[in-house]
Ligand binder design. Structure first.
Ligand code: SDX
Length: 433
């Protein structure tokens, strides 16, 4: 990364010794105290559980302004990309730092089409999963297994990033759709080269031998928008997992599989599924909002309002705004009446007018309304986080590539503060009470 330190420094006085630490600044004015040499200089590490106060790298991919609710991929506003692009255009942008021209887009599209199939031996894996297997566990197993079937892609994935990325981005879509078909006992529907990236996915999910699936442009447009909104989000938990595994020299598939597993958690990508379960519980409880608001405020209750709050955004998540608007539009087009939408809107109204939540900057995030759209598209709740992974994949690959190409990259290996037992004399088994 180019030299980012400033003339300005931070002064730290420890044990009577004063240290001048460089200040680093990003192009949007985001600043950090550069502590990369702190341990050698002072013998001290910094203590920062959850890395709330730490920047793990420099990056050129995504910029967030948490105070203003700004999100840009490679400098382009999320509002423009979500309303004017195809998902594969944004995937190309994340990978190459430029929006593709017609020729580049067609070449990328052709690569995606030519890599849509998975090895037939992999198809048989689905026969061995139990019927109620989690689609997220299937996804991480299958992505990890791609290494065995396409080892050449692990050799030097950066050598031909378009080939590597298009294979993964295309195959993960097929794996996701196949896992759904298997879970409902329907015959697999193979990809078709005459359909778009999103149209192909919808067809693989919902076509059956007895009822052809009608690919509706409005539904394809909604899915493109959703995948774009999920495509990257700087150094979130799952992206950090992808970078961490990759920093050890691990292959791209194992890194992406780690990202899928990190995303699965209900505090992260699993929140979109948790939101629907929460809204259904409120619905079953005769819309007893008060009960759930009280649970969320109760320190002794582990319950959190899924879909609210964010480590970075201190205001409305800009992606949540876009999805909320898309909800109204799509449900109107499809003439879908979902009682959970009214519950979500009421819950948001209550939260945004409750000082307890406002004082903690708890606003709806990307996961609050996304499940309503997935339901309208016919996607089952247990596939929602898989949809998040499909969208996030280009971002994970771009971040992994950036980490690998950055000469500053070191293996991720944080330290700790030890609070366990002091040194103890060993006691043989015979002497232990
Ligand atoms: C994603 O990082 C990313 O960019 C992620 C993501 C991406 O695109 O990759 O944006 C995707 O993961 C979005 C977030 C989805 N998760 C949820 O919706 C789960 C519910 N939200 C939370 O659990 C929470 O808000 C987090 C995990 C998202 C953020 O947690 P932090 O930053 O560690 O904040 P915290 O837990 O320290 O909470 C601060 C305060 C606490 O209260 P006090 O101790 O100050 O009294 O806010 C409270 C928390 O109790 N709080 C909530 C809450 N979120 C925070 N209280 C009730 N409900 C919530 N949802």
């Amino acid at each position: 990364m180019s030299d980012i330190s400033l003339e300005q420094t931070a002064t730290l006085t420890i044990d009577g010794v004063t240290h001048n630490l460089p200040i680093v600044e990003g192009i949007e004015g985001d600043r950090a105290i550069d502590v990369r040499d702190l341990l050698r200089q002072t013998g001290y590490t910094v203590f920062d559980t959850g890395y709330k106060n730490s920047a793990s790298c420099c990056s050129t991919i995504t910029y967030l302004d948490g105070a203003k609710g700004v999100l840009r991929y490679r400098g382009y506003a999320i509002e423009d990309l979500a309303s004017k692009c195809l998902f594969i255009e944004v995937a190309y942008l994340l990978l190459h730092n430029k929006l593709p021209n017609r020729v580049e887009l067609e070449n990328f599209r052709t690569l995606l089409e030519s890599h849509a199939l998975i090895h037939e031996d992999m198809v048989h894996f689905f026969d061995k999963f139990p019927p109620n297997a989690s689609p997220m566990s299937i996804l991480s197993v299958m992505v990890n297994s791609l290494h065995n079937f396409y080892p050449e892609m692990s050799a030097d994935p950066l050598e031909n990033i378009d080939m590597t990325a298009s294979r993964l981005i295309s195959k993960i879509r097929t794996i996701a759709a196949f896992s759904y078909k298997k879970s409902i006992g329907q015959p697999l529907v193979y990809p078709r080269n005459d359909l778009s990236y999103c149209g192909n996915f919808l067809n693989m999910m919902f076509h059956t031998p007895v009822r052809p699936y009608l690919v509706q442009p409005e539904v394809v447009a909604a899915l493109n928008k959703l995948l774009i909104l999920h495509a990257d989000h700087e150094q979130n938990c799952s992206t950090s997992a992808v970078r961490l595994v990759g920093s050890a020299g691990g292959n791209l598939y194992s890194s992406i599989s780690a990202g899928i597993n990190a995303l699965w958690g209900p505090l992260h990508g699993g929140a979109n599924e948790a939101v629907i379960l929460m809204l259904e519980a409120i619905h079953k409880d005769n819309n007893d909002y008060k009960k759930y608001i009280a649970k969320a405020k109760d320190k002794n209750d582990p319950f959190r309002l899924s879909g609210f709050g964010h480590r970075v955004y201190r205001t409305y998540d800009p992606r949540g705004t876009i999805i909320k608007d898309a909800c109204d539009e799509l449900l109107g087009i499809l003439n879908v009446k979902d009682p959970l939408l009214a519950i979500a809107l009421n819950l948001e109204e209550i939260v945004l007018n409750d000082p307890w939540f406002v004082s903690r900057n708890l606003y709806p995030n990307i996961d609050f309304y996304s499940g309503i759209i997935y339901r309208a598209l016919g996607i089952p709740t247990n596939m929602f986080t898989v949809m998040f992974a499909l969208g996030r994949l280009p971002g994970w690959i771009a971040q992994w590539k950036e980490m690998r190409e950055d000469p500053e990259t070191k293996i991720y290996r944080p330290r700790q503060i030890y609070i366990g037992s002091p040194a103890r004399k060993f006691m043989p088994l015979a002497e232990r009470s």
